[in-house]
Design a protein around this ligand. Structure first.
Ligand code: ADP
Length: 721
């Protein structure tokens, strides 16, 4: 082990001297040779015992210098080490005993040596080749270790290089000796233990690197999480950029930084914000001329992030501050294009590491997403404003109530029609705080339960009549849209008035004609043929009579029906309606059945309700071919009685279903051609049902039959009752 020639991996030691012959001629050195293996063994044993379990670099270095000093008795033992061996910089690690002169101690702590480019430095070259050197401190002058002489005092120095597994220097142990080491066996002993020291130090450094990396990764992860949270909370473009720059400066310890927007159409950079430039940098918002674009413009054009380790060597570099040595520029993308470049500067040569580059890369990617979010928000906002502009300028009333029963949207027309105070914020308020119209609130409650939505006419506080359509949309809420139908209502009223007047006036001559027809019948004997003509005349009279009655009834209902509301039994009324229709059913051999549960009494106008069901049963019989069937049934749910009149007759097509409740609408099909009617029956029925706050609907399919359903509330609300 101790013979360097036999073992090329082991350390050699050399005495560097002005007089190269000194060491070879030294009798003492030769005289102690036989002690070396023993001494080496003892020192190694101590080192293993005391430092073998230490994993932390600072603790290991402290213990190492202490053991060496204690064992060898040097003035001071000092160790330099390379925290990142690949960087080739040795810095102060530990010293024992401490140097009492504080200025020397300060110099020592600030010392560092580069192990790169040592061609012109023989001393360093020898050390790097693994030779243990012993010399007098004056021999340090002119070498890279020159500054160490300031610390060494008037001592001899032993320098022990510690070479790691790949032959890289991981540290240097130096011993300051009062006595010339050439006269001792220590250089040889140290050369022998240096391998152990180097391996232990290398392992500790590696261990620390792993732990540091882990800590950096964890802290990076935490920072990125925090950044994500902060970026998510903002949709302002300038805030996003400001945050990105702050984080980049903080994490990379950059001394200055700037963020410039890049327009790829015009190939121009515009400064957005900057930090740390005391002089000459353009003001934010100012376009940066091409000749000043420098590395930043290069990165904007290439879309590739860069670290320039020494800016002085880069032809594109534009100096804004003389202190910069390293620059990092990173592009920010939106879709395929570079939209901005983040530039960071460091005062140190090689001031940014891969770790910083990776972090800033992640940061700018996030910025890209945040910028996209900000843009989407701006666009959505613009769309929303457009929509809100349209909504506030249309004459229709639009109100949207959210799932939480709070107002999501209310337009200007709604505010006016509901006589609400202007310039008040209604969005977010509960519906009851905004809408005080009882009927509208009731409609809203009903619409929430009904997926098909509903449509009603409603008079609003502005005295006008609106056709309100309410529909519930999952995930949005209830949309209330109301159209002012006052002019149509007025036209309708005038038309009805005219029809009613004419009908009324027709009644008189019709009675006269009827009277004379009866007289003719009584006073004459007609031939069989004339009797048939008289019968036809009679039917025509009946139909005309029915039509006039229906028109007048309709007119009465629309003029504001006065209902005679009282407690009434639906069971009784339904039975009466069935019984009164039984003869016509029997005539067509139609089975007319009713199966009714015990229904509670309701508040209603009995004769009008009878009219409703009588009419529906009559229709069912009328539009069902002979030998068909008509069933009347009912059930109760949530305070509403539903009555069903079901037939297996002609049925009604979907297009006709949409119109059958309109006045004078009759289905025109070959099957209905010979069936008499006025087209007013269902219009009257619907008006009567609605006057009772009920609803009528139909489900039918052509050729199979129809079911009419009437929903009536058990109790009417105040304004009706
Ligand atoms: P009409 O006096 O013609 O019966 P209604 O207003 O009572 O007028 O009915 C309108 C139209 O609806 C009728 O012309 C008829 O075609 C259709 N209709 C009504 N009830 C039924 C039913 N139960 N089955 C098939 N069609 C019906």
């Amino acid at each position: 082990m101790t013979n360097p020639d036999e073992n090329p991996g082991a350390m050699k030691y050399t005495h560097v001297s002005a007089d190269q012959n000194t060491s070879e001629a030294d009798p003492i050195l030769h005289g102690v040779d036989h002690n070396i293996p023993q001494e080496t063994f003892r020192l190694l044993q101590r080192l293993i015992r005391e430092t073998g379990i230490l994993r932390e670099t600072p603790a290991l270095l402290k213990r190492m210098v202490r053991v060496l000093q204690d064992h060898i008795g040097a003035q001071h033992v000092i160790v330099f080490y390379s925290p990142v061996p690949s960087e080739g910089v040795l810095e102060y690690g530990a010293c024992y005993p401490a140097i009492t002169d504080s200025s020397r101690q300060r110099v020592l702590e600030a010392l560092f040596f580069s192990t790169f480019r040592t061609d012109s430095d023989d001393l360093m070259k020898q050390l790097l080749s693994g030779q243990v050197l012993h010399l007098h401190k004056r021999q340090l002058s002119g070498t890279r270790l020159e500054d160490f002489a300031l610390v060494a005092g008037d001592n001899y120095v032993i320098l022990v290089p510690l070479l790691g597994p790949e032959g890289r220097v991981v540290g240097i142990i130096s011993l300051l000796m009062a006595e010339d080491p050439a006269r001792t066996h220590w250089p040889e002993v140290l050369a022998s233990v240096s391998h152990y020291c180097a391996t232990t130090l290398h392992n500790a450094i590696h261990h620390n690197e792993v732990v540091d990396n882990l800590a950096t990764n964890v802290s990076e992860l935490n920072i990125l999480q925090q950044i994500d949270a902060e970026l998510n909370a903002t949709i302002r473009l300038d805030t996003v950029f400001q945050m990105i720059m702050d984080w980049a400066l903080r994490f990379t310890n950059a001394s200055a930084g700037g963020l410039a927007l890049y327009d790829h159409h015009t190939d121009t950079l515009t400064l957005m914000g900057q930090y740390g430039y005391h002089d000459g940098r353009a003001k934010p918002g100012v376009t940066i001329p091409h000749e000043n674009g420098g590395i930043t413009l290069r990165v904007a054009r290439s879309g590739m992030g860069e670290i320039v380790a020494d800016v002085q060597l880069d032809k594109d570099y534009i100096a804004f501050t003389s202190e910069t040595h390293t620059q990092m520029s990173m592009p920010i993308f939106r879709e395929q294009h570079v939209i901005a470049v983040l530039t960071l500067e460091s005062r140190k040569v090689n001031g940014f590491k891969d770790m910083h580059f990776n972090f800033v890369d992640k940061l700018t990617r996030r910025a890209g997403v945040a910028v996209d979010n900000a843009r989407l928000f701006t666009e959505t906002n613009r769309e929303r404003q457009k929509l809100s502009h349209i909504l506030s300028n249309i004459g229709d009333v639009v109100i949207v109530i959210g799932e939480d029963r709070r107002v999501l949207l209310i337009n200007q027309s709604a505010v006016q029609a509901l006589h609400l105070p202007a310039n008040t914020q209604y969005v977010g308020l509960p519906i009851e705080d905004v809408i005080h119209l009882r009927n509208l609130l009731l409609l809203y409650e009903t619409a929430r339960q009904r997926p098909s939505g509903l449509r009603r006419e409603l008079e609003l506080p502005n005295g006008r009549t609106y056709s309100a359509s309410l529909s519930h949309h999952e995930g949005v809420g209830t949309i209330i849209a109301m159209q002012d139908v006052t002019p149509y209502k007025e036209m309708d009223r005038l038309k009805n008035e005219l029809v009613a007047t004419v009908s009324h006036d027709l009644k008189q001559p019709l009675s006269v004609m009827r009277g004379y027809l009866d007289l003719l019948n009584m006073t004459n004997t007609f031939s069989e043929r004339s009797q048939r003509y008289m019968a036809q005349l009679n039917i025509a009279f009946q139909n005309m009579r029915q039509l006039i009655d229906d028109i007048l009834d309709m007119a009465r209902i629309e003029a504001g029906l006065s209902l005679n509301i009282e407690q009434m039994s639906l069971n009784k009324v339904l039975m009466q309606a069935v019984i009164s229709n039984r003869p016509s059913a029997e005539q067509k051999a139609i089975s007319l059945q009713s199966e009714l549960p015990e229904l509670p009494e309701i508040h209603a106008d009995e004769s009008r309700i009878r009219q409703v069901f009588s009419n529906l049963i009559n229709n069912a019989i009328k539009y069902t071919p002979p030998e068909g069937r008509v069933d009347v049934s009912a059930d109760i749910q949530d305070g509403t009685v539903s009555v069903y009149i079901k037939d297996n007759g002609l049925g009604i097509s979907a297009e006709d279903q949409a119109h059958i409740f309109e006045r004078f609408y009759r289905v025109r099909r070959p099957e209905t051609e010979n069936i008499d009617g006025t087209g007013l029956g269902l219009a009257i029925v619907r008006s009567l049902v609605e006057a009772h706050q009920g609803e009528i609907s139909v489900s039918s399919s052509l050729g199979r039959g129809s079911t009419f359903r009437v929903d009536l509330p058990l109790n009417l609300t105040e304004d009706r009752a």
